[in-house]
Design a protein around this ligand. Structure first.
Ligand SMILES: [Fe+2]
Length: 173
């Protein structure tokens, strides 16, 4: 059973503020990638699409003199940590099941290893799907964060994805 839909997430002011900052078009593209990958990896499409949609919700802006400072970002970024916490709070507020909220938050925490000291992460299938979905939509030099999408188109695409997820879930239960 789904407790929270993508459209509900999209409509929330927290999502509007922080996912728009890191790129709504990227977030939606990743959610679609995650949906497709969830079939291949046999993971819950509801969790995968929501985690992928929210994976960059923790981004902070690293500007120096009006320009993005990549070095500053590289050194100080904790967007996956911040995002895991922010997404968890948002999901719980909207009525997500605590177990699902935790799984989604963990997948967000582990979608990148850019903030970790050298080492390798061992991801479970859901976490892998979210990391792969992000990679699938990445463009050189972080260009994917700047692609834009109208609210109208965003809503249309997310409503479509909500239907696909509901259908997929109804086929597995
Ligand atoms: Fe991303």
């Amino acid at each position: 059973m789904r407790h929270v839909t993508l459209i509900q997430l999209f409509n929330h002011p927290i999502t509007q503020k922080f996912v728009k900052r890191s790129g709504m078009a990227h977030a939606i593209a990743c959610a679609f990638h995650a949906y497709k990958l969830s079939k291949k990896y046999n993971v819950n499409p509801d969790l995968a699409t929501k985690a992928a949609f929210l994976h960059d919700i923790g981004h902070y802006t690293w500007y120096r003199n009006g320009k993005w400072d990549y070095d500053l970002y590289k050194q100080n970024d904790i967007h996956a940590i911040k995002g895991a916490e922010r997404a968890h709070k948002l999901l719980i507020r909207l009525g997500e099941h605590p177990k699902s909220a935790k799984e989604i938050a963990l997948a967000i925490l582990l979608h990148t290893d850019s903030y970790l000291p050298q080492g390798e992460l061992h991801l479970n299938p859901l976490q892998q799907v979210v990391a792969l979905a992000d990679e699938a939509d990445e463009e050189p030099s972080g260009e994917h964060h700047y692609r834009t999408i109208s609210d109208e188109r965003a809503r249309k695409m997310l409503a479509e994805l909500d239907e696909l997820v509901a259908l997929a879930l109804s086929q597995t239960t």
